[in-house]
Each structure stands twice: as C-alpha cells, then as structure tokens.
Design a protein around this ligand. Structure first.
Ligand code: SF4
Length: 438
C-alpha cells in the first residue's frame, strides 16, 4: 500500500481528526494522493450531525463501489461519527467497505490496516479509557492557521444532538500538553490557532492538582507563547460563558474579538425542549457583556428551525432575534431526526415543507444582513493575517482573515503568507471582502 486519500465531512473536529490520520499514515510511509481514483486506501471521515450529512455519506460510499470493482486491492475505511453510530451496520449496507473505526480509535489505524492485509474486516468503535489520540502526530493542512484540540467529547446532551453519543463524555487535555503542541506549531510557521472543543467554556472540568486550569487561564497561557499572533476558539456554549472569559478576551492581545455563540432558537420553550439550559434573556445579557467589553466584536451563531413543537410564534421570535442581533454570519439548519436522541420521541414533529420554508426564509434574511455588514466594511482598514494564495488560483493575489474572522482577498505575493498586513476594504461580497494593502 503506497498512497491514501481522506475524504472529510463535517466540522473542524473532523478536519483535525483527518489531519491526525494523515500524520499516522505519513509515519507509516504512505503518500497523500490527490484523488480517490489514485489511492490504495480511502478513508471517509463522516459526520452524522444532520440526516442530510448521513445521506451524503451513503451516496459517497456508493460511488466507491466501482473503484473497488476495478481495483480489488483497494482498502475502503469509514471513520467519524457515522462509523461510531452505525458500526457494523455499514459493512452490511456497503459490503465493499473494509474497515470501520470510531473517533477515539484513530490511533488504531496502522493496526487496522495490517489486520486488513491479513484478510480481516474489522469494526473498532469502543471508547477507550485513555484519550491516547491527543498525542497523535498530525499533518496540518494549513501551516499559518492550525486547529488544536483542547478537549474531547461533550456532557451536555442537547436533546437533538448525537455528539455525546458518538464522541463520548467530556475530557480536557492537560494545559501543559496544549501549550507544548502550540509552541511546536509556532516553531513550524503557525501564527494562529483555533482551540477546539464541543464546549470550550467548560474546559478544565476534571483537571486536578498542577493540571487544574480554567478556559480563561488556558487563554492566558496560550497568549504568552512567543511568535503566536492570534487565538480563536470554537464552540462556546452560552450557558457556560463566564464574566472571566469576557474579561480575558478583552484583555489578552492575541485573542481575537470574534465569537461563535450558538443561539439555536430565541424561544424559551424551544430552548427548554432542546435542553440548552439558558433563556433568550440570559443569552442576550451575555451578548451585551461581550459587546460592551469589545465594541467591534464579530458574532456568528447556529440556528435550528422546525424543532418539534416549534410554533409560528416561536419561529418568529428567532427571526426577530436575527434582525435585532445582526450576526456577521450564521449556520442555519432545519431540525433533523437523529438516532438515540431525546427529541426523536418528542411530540409535535413538523412537516418537511414547514421546516424548509422556515429555513429558506432564515437563509435569505441572514444573506441580506451579512451582505449589509460586509458592505459596511468598505473604506475601513483591518489587520489581516495572510494565510494562503487566493483560492481562485489568481496569481499575484492572496487571501487572509481579519481579527473578526472575515475573509479578505487582495493583490500581493506569496511572500506575504504568514504576515500581518493592513488592508483597506474596497468591496464587500456575500462571503468575503476584497481590499488593497496600505
Ligand atoms: S453542547 Fe449540545 S449541541 Fe453541542 S455538542 Fe454538546 S450536546 Fe451537541
């Protein structure tokens, strides 16, 4: 076996898990292949957060059947949340799949491949006691900006969410390990880290003795790393967003004035059904504190429409909240039934047509707000961290982000990659900004 291709679906957690798989495979001497057609090993790293993502996975795995028929030596592996959730069932539904492994079995990948060469079709989806995969080498896709796991799993059990079922219970990494990993990344050219956790605000629960550390304390430690320019983090559960975090964000120079704070719904009865453990008023109070401490802060959120029992009035509250808060961007979804979740058994499931109409309206509304906000950036100057040549392949252009997380494309050479520059915005587009260096 000489080459591999990892196909990644879903969130930044999955993207980083794929980087760890690449790290393990590189250590085994395998080369990264540009296409699935040229690979000897294909791993589909799956997402099961929405039903649509699951359908997409089965369509993707179906497409690989022909490749396997043409090359019987090809090894097809499935990892990630669907692997954790469906396990052996995938082997029955897609007999051309060879291996299944869960999020916490990534370290077993070389062993699983060796087992396959002995003719076995294995399924490994157990939750080991120790989180050994935190120590795995990763091949990062972006050297300027990197993801760093600070914790794994989730204890919150929002009633619509599969994450606690597929990624296990919450566990924080030791702060010294996190700082050591980021220091190594910075030595390799990294200038920005995004600290990853399902709920970073509860980071540190369970850490004791010399490892005891809260999330604001961790930010302080990371802020002290020489050579690092910027710190971001996802995701913040509103119920655990503390005053000390707001204070640390405002005070620490490397922490960007940008937060993803999932609202999900502005109706208290829907929030209670979702088991979110905050009210719209308490969410707004925290948002007020963030805006007071950092007037220019950019905001993004997640919205779910069509949750079981959501009335027209509940939905209107969410629309009104989007109009008044004016997020810079949102991720919006219609509620989708997920296995093993409490919401599945709740009364009041809505027809698909109603859910789709509500989602379409929310998307149109937010597109208008995002465009207005991006247009409002024109004429202003921002500090931009240059991350890469422009994705359009336009020679002589580069792409980076403001501290607020907005993508900016402008004329400049690749030597700017990794540098902080000042850019004046000349045009606001739907999903990005265009500017010129000053
Ligand atoms: S906080 Fe809620 S939505 Fe987020 S991962 Fe945990 S259970 Fe899922």
């Amino acid at each position: 076996m000489r080459s591999y291709k990892v196909l990644t679906f879903g969130c930044q957690m999955n993207e980083h898990d794929s980087e760890k798989m690449s790290g393990l495979l590189a250590a085994e001497g395998l080369m990264k292949s540009d296409t699935a057609e040229d690979a000897d090993l294909i791993i589909i790293n799956t997402c099961s957060i929405r039903e649509k993502a699951e359908q997409k996975f089965f369509s993707e795995v179906g497409k690989l059947k022909e490749l396997k028929a043409a090359n019987p030596g090809l090894v097809i592996a499935v990892s990630g949340c669907i692997a954790q959730q469906e396990g052996r069932k995938i082997l029955r539904r897609a007999p051309h799949v060879d291996l299944i492994f869960g999020n916490q079995n990534i370290k077993d990948l070389p062993d699983l491949i060796a087992s396959r060469t002995r003719g076995n079709r294995e399924v490994r989806t157990d939750f080991p006691e120790a989180y050994e995969h935190e120590l795995l080498p990763a091949v990062r896709t972006g050297t300027v900006s990197s993801f760093v796991n600070i914790m794994f799993g989730c204890d919150n059990f929002c009633s619509y969410c599969v994450v606690p079922h597929v990624r296990g219970r919450e566990k924080s990494r030791r702060p010294s390990d996190i700082v050591a990993e980021i220091t190594t990344l910075v030595a390799g050219g990294c200038r920005e880290v995004t600290l990853l956790g399902q709920n970073v605000n509860s980071y540190g629960r369970g850490l004791e003795g010399t490892d005891a550390c809260t999330f604001p304390e961790l930010l302080e430690m990371v802020d002290g790393i020489d050579g690092l320019e910027r710190i971001r983090f996802v995701t913040s559960h509103p119920k655990d967003l503390s005053d000390s975090l707001v204070e640390a964000m405002a005070r620490l120079p490397k922490v960007c004035e940008n937060i993803h704070l999932p609202l999900q719904s502005a109706s208290d009865s829907v929030l209670a059904g979702m088991n979110r453990k905050y009210t719209f008023a308490s969410y707004m109070e925290k948002l007020g504190k963030l805006r007071a401490a950092m007037p220019g802060i950019t905001l993004s959120t997640d919205i779910i429409v069509g949750f079981p029992g959501e009335t027209e009035e509940d939905y209107r509250m969410t629309v009104d909240a989007l109009e008044s808060i004016r997020y810079d961007s949102i991720f919006s979804f219609k509620y989708s039934e997920r296995p093993n979740t409490k919401a599945l058994k709740m009364p009041g499931h809505l027809p698909e047509g109603v859910k789709s109409a509500r989602l379409d309206h929310v998307i149109d509304l937010q597109n208008r707000i995002t465009e207005e906000k991006n247009a409002g950036c024109v004429g202003k100057t921002y500090e931009v961290l240059v991350e890469r040549p422009d994705k359009t392949g336009d020679a002589g252009r580069v792409s980076g982000k403001t501290r607020g997380g907005k993508i900016v494309n402008f004329a400049g050479g690749v030597s700017l990659v990794g540098r902080l520059v000042t850019v004046r915005i000349t045009e606001g587009k739907k999903h990005s900004l265009v500017g010129e260096m000053v």
